[in-house]
Design a protein. Structure first.
Length: 162
């Protein structure tokens, strides 16, 4: 089987050391199963109380930057609250079916403070919701990496030391 390549395309820089360390730990754990790259797209600067039009422009600007990192053969997964929810086993099955269909390059997209533009959501193969709860996007990155790692342990039938 071809080595799976996973890209996390994230709006905003992960500045907190504890989030960086947690993300690095899961990327290290995943290194035997797949290649993971993290791409940080700058968040569009907005005023303290932006208008809907300013938010829409910012999301569009971020979408254009995100799209510059997408590749034609990637299976694109956008994280958004209205997306499909999976438990860990079902998420593993979803990824396994993607791999079995011959797709070995995945891009997970995590938006910034105001989410993702419909321009990105509409070009996605899957819209994924991790929870009805709002998570800071830096924490969402860690949670997503943990769930990807858990999915690989389920797919591979290996023990996950919790």
């Amino acid at each position: 089987m071809t080595m799976v390549e996973i890209s996390l395309i994230c709006v905003g820089k992960n500045k907190e050391k504890y989030f960086q360390e947690a993300a690095a730990e899961y990327i290290k754990r995943l290194s035997g199963s797949c290649r993971v790259s993290v791409i940080e797209v700058p968040e569009h600067r907005l005023p303290a109380a932006p208008s809907e039009k300013e938010i829409e422009f910012a999301l569009s600007d971020e979408a254009n930057r995100i799209k510059s990192f997408l590749k034609k053969d990637q299976y694109i997964i956008s994280l958004c609250i209205e997306g499909k929810r999976f438990d860990s086993s079902a998420f593993a099955e979803e990824l396994k079916s993607v791999f079995l269909s011959g797709r070995s390059r995945l891009a997970f997209i995590i938006g910034g403070s105001y989410g993702l533009s419909d321009l990105i959501k509409n070009c996605s193969d899957l819209r994924l919701s991790m929870s009805d709860m709002t998570l800071p996007h830096h924490l969402a990155r860690v949670v997503l990496l943990e769930q990807i790692y858990r999915a690989f342990t389920i797919i591979e039938g290996t023990k996950y030391n919790k």
